[in-house]
Design a binder for this molecule. Structure first.
Ligand SMILES: [Zn+2]
Length: 410
């Protein structure tokens, strides 16, 4: 009989073990509460919350995710997302509290810990707590050195504080992680950061080191226009006008659409070396290669006016107006030129007639990433913080055979 009881005992133990196993699979003790995992899976709140999120209904998403979180308080991802949603709604304090509570949890693994810290860092950044955000992202990187989101956020924080050298190192880490597909973009960003480091040196009159930085920026990305402008400035301060002219002319070759940024500089340098005619030749070249280049026309007109040839200048700015009737800068050039001509009434009347239906705009520069508008060309967008995203917007370009403008005579 003894073996028989033993067998029964073993079977019972096995069944009890199975039952406990099943119960454990279904129920779980989380934060002092037994949670029915099957109920968690069947509850629609999580999926509904995600659906609302996709539909951009943040309040409804929060409501469903809060219900999902109440059923399963242990689900880390739900809490993380909820905190992020509070932050997006501007409830930064609540987001911080939510994410800080998660940090207190025992048994977070390394990656979970890094994710919570990342969210906390984003909360701090949103709330304007720069130091705390920097610390949080740095801690993420100690736990997970390849965390690209932490690196990207850290870089933006460093840029905002003009810590260009630090931002440069962070971007280098990002570039090596992202690999070849992202390389051109990273090279361009590194070039702009290199240029900023050079500008800092220039402000402190460290001309040699500034020039080295600008050259390095151009080496990284030959389209980094401001590096040419400021390298030329360094050469000019070193009294080497010829070298300055060479740098600025190279810039115009690689980025002719930005040529106007060097106009004042080149006009001044050509005058300094006793060759003012070279400016006129440059404007002619630009107008010929890009007939729509109204800036070259306006610059040329200003140059002619200072030489006492205002009548010829007016003819040229009227031409510019054909190509870009909305640009306020052209109208300002016309006002100056008309004034220099002592406001001849027939030309003033004609000009008033042309502009009766014109629309002017002051902020034609547009960020292609976030649509931020600016009156001047910016190298980094103050809204989305992206580098080199501004283009100049044209409303309705006039047709090239538009010829209702007056001929100018003395
Ligand atoms: Zn932007």
């Amino acid at each position: 009989m003894q073996p028989y009881y033993t067998l029964i005992g073993v079977l019972i133990a096995l069944l009890v073990g199975l039952a406990i196993g099943k119960a454990w699979e279904r129920y779980k003790l989380i934060e002092g509460r037994w949670i029915d995992r099957r109920r968690v899976r069947q509850a629609p709140h999580f999926i509904l919350g995600l659906n609302y999120l996709v539909a951009n209904q943040v309040d409804a998403a929060i409501e469903e995710l809060e219900k999902a979180s109440a059923i399963d308080p242990g689900a880390l991802e739900v809490k993380l997302v909820l905190g992020n949603l509070y932050r997006e709604k501007g409830q930064v304090g609540r987001a911080v509290a939510e994410h800080q509570a998660l940090l207190q949890r025992p048994r977070l693994n390394r990656i979970e810990h890094a994710n919570v810290l990342l969210c906390l860092g984003l909360d701090y950044r949103r709330g304007g707590f720069i130091d705390r955000a920097t610390t949080a992202f740095s801690e993420v990187l100690k736990l997970d050195p390849e965390n690209e989101a932490a690196l990207a956020n850290l870089e933006k924080l460093q840029e905002e504080q003009h810590q260009w050298q630090e931002a440069y190192v962070t971007r280098q880490r990002l570039a090596s992680l992202a690999g070849p597909p992202e390389q051109p973009r990273s090279q361009a960003i590194l070039a702009f950061l290199e240029h900023e480091i050079g500008l800092q040196a220039l402000k402190q009159h460290q001309l040699t080191s500034a020039a080295e930085r600008f050259l390095a920026a151009i080496e990284l990305d030959r389209l980094v226009v401001p590096a040419y402008l400021h390298l030329g400035d360094v050469r000019e301060q070193q009294h080497d006008e010829a070298a300055a002219i060479k740098v600025w002319e190279t810039m115009i070759e690689v980025a002719p659409e930005r040529a106007y940024l060097a106009f004042d500089r080149l006009e001044r340098a050509f005058r300094a070396i006793g060759a003012p005619d070279r400016f006129e030749a440059l404007c002619h070249r630009l107008i010929q290669s890009t007939p729509r280049d109204w800036r070259a026309r306006v610059a040329f007109a200003a140059h002619l006016t200072t030489r006492g040839e205002a009548a010829k200048a007016l003819e040229i700015v009227f031409e510019a107006l054909e190509h870009n009737p909305h640009a306020l800068a052209i109208h300002q050039a016309i006002w100056n030129t008309l004034e220099a001509l002592h406001l001849p009434s027939h030309l003033v009347a004609r000009y008033v007639e042309i502009t009766r239906t014109s629309v002017f705009y002051m902020d034609p520069h547009l960020c292609t990433r976030c649509r931020y508008r600016s009156t001047e060309l910016l190298w980094q967008c103050p809204h989305c913080h992206e580098w080199n995203t501004f283009v100049e917007e044209r409303i309705t370009p006039a047709t090239d055979n538009d010829s209702e403008l007056p001929a100018v005579t003395d």
